[in-house]
Ligand binder design. Structure first.
Ligand code: SF4
Length: 425
């Protein structure tokens, strides 16, 4: 008999329940809300319908205090009697915008789902406008259509669209990929610098002039699990992906940093010196919130593609049990390392047939159900505690210093429900 320790089966090998049906998820236009904050000299011009304009205005308009950096060119059927007219209309709108706004250095033409827009060749429009306004403004197109993208995939299609235009480099460097809040990005760069990894570039960059290049000696680490298209685009440019669990919680952050440290030959002593103190802080902060979470069950509806790494965090670091972990798409190359850290047991599901999944959630009656806004209210009315998945994208949750806040996002609805129960008794 072999003395090798037996490893427990993980979710990496678990069967996946694949469902295709009606789904309840925001479209990719939603990602403009955080992308426009990140890329400070960019403008997002949505080529869409009044519905798209309403979505952006109601979801994001309230957050704009200065000159807005996104808008909607509304195309209606009458505009589209001829496609040539529509192309001219886009040109007119872009010219008007760029003549008024000298601060815009990157312009994104964002496609949406009305059939009139689908028929438009936005790639051609971007090419034509790029040639016209280069080098002052770079024009790129990507899709945020609800037919093709869920809300976080808008970031993926945006970043993937930027990759082909990046300058080439032979430099040995690390690229961090994903739009993080500035303060969180600074923490990540600081941790890497303490490990001696200083040739670091970030996609997306804050400003068009920030040097971001890619080539065969670039290795890249994703900070978000929904960047499958961007990952493939970078690989096509010769860069190599560093596979790792995502940097959520103490364990995820350490594993993510460890994978980079191994790539750059960082010694154990240097790694420990860089990470020991923040690891201890993260563990303490998680332990506090985990008092409420330990022993509780969680059910994930598919929404942000953060579900698998977050389930790994909640089960591995907060003592929760996952009943179902649903994700809109499962990129195994990206989330495989997280799946491998979740012991077999939960149902892994990909895609959605919302009524069937609601039946499963009602039967499971998990202590906490993580879902989109549209499902949360009805489920709350049925007595289930819920967490809005979209909050997880808008709140700083990565790396050590946010680990306690991340656990707190899940413990708060449970504590609130506990207090309401006590008050009702
Ligand atoms: Fe609606 Fe499609 Fe516009 Fe999104 S892109 S707001 S789903 S019409």
């Amino acid at each position: 008999m072999s003395d090798a320790p037996k490893t427990l089966p993980s979710c990496l090998d678990a069967p996946v329940l694949r469902q295709r049906g009606q789904r309840e998820v925001f479209c990719g236009l939603t990602s403009i809300i955080w992308l426009h904050r990140k890329m400070q000299d960019a403008f997002f011009l949505v080529i869409g319908s009044r519905t798209c304009a309403h979505l952006l205005q109601s979801a994001a308009g309230v957050m704009i205090f200065a000159e807005p950096r996104f808008g909607t060119a509304i195309l209606e059927e009458t505009d589209l009697a001829g496609m040539a007219d529509a192309q001219e209309e886009i040109d007119r709108q872009v010219e008007r915008l760029l003549s008024r706004r000298g601060d815009i250095r990157r312009l994104f033409l964002v496609g949406s789902c009305p059939s009139e827009v689908i028929k438009l060749d936005l790639a051609k429009a971007a090419e034509r406008l790029s040639a016209k306004f280069a080098p002052r403004v770079q024009v790129t197109n990507f899709t945020g259509s609800g037919i093709e993208t869920t809300f976080t995939e808008g970031e993926d299609t945006c970043l993937a669209a930027m990759v082909p235009a990046l300058p080439a480099t032979e430099a040995r460097q690390l690229m961090l990929v994903g739009a993080l809040p500035d303060v969180v990005q600074d923490q990540a760069l600081d941790l890497l610098a303490r490990m001696g990894v200083t040739d670091v570039t970030v996609l997306p960059s804050l400003r068009a002039d920030d040097p971001v290049a890619v080539g065969p000696n670039t290795v890249f680490a994703l900070t978000q699990p929904f960047l499958g298209g961007t990952c493939a685009a970078l690989e096509r440019r010769g860069a190599r992906h560093i596979a790792a669990p995502f940097p959520f919680g103490e364990v995820g952050t350490t594993a993510w940093l460890r994978a980079i440290a191994d790539e750059f030959g960082v010694s154990d002593a240097v790694f420990a010196a860089a990470t020991d103190a923040p690891r201890a802080r993260a563990r303490r902060a998680i332990a506090q919130a985990a008092e409420t979470l330990a022993g509780k069950s969680v059910f994930f509806f598919p929404d942000s593609q953060l579900e698998i790494p977050l389930a790994r965090f909640l089960t591995g670091e907060c003592g929760m049990t996952a009943i179902e972990i649903g994700a809109p798409y499962i990129h195994r190359q990206l989330v495989g390392p997280d799946l491998d850290l979740i012991p077999a047991g939960p149902q892994i599901s990909e895609g959605q047939d919302v009524d069937l999944q609601l039946d499963r959630a009602r039967a499971a009656r998990a202590d906490l159900t993580v879902c989109g806004l549209g499902l949360a209210n009805p489920l709350e009315a049925e007595g289930l505690a819920t967490k809005w998945a979209i909050e997880l994208v808008f709140t700083p949750v990565h790396f050590y210093e946010q680990a306690g806040d991340l656990a707190g996002l899940f413990s708060r609805p449970l504590r609130r429900r506990g207090l309401l129960k006590v008050a009702a008794e």
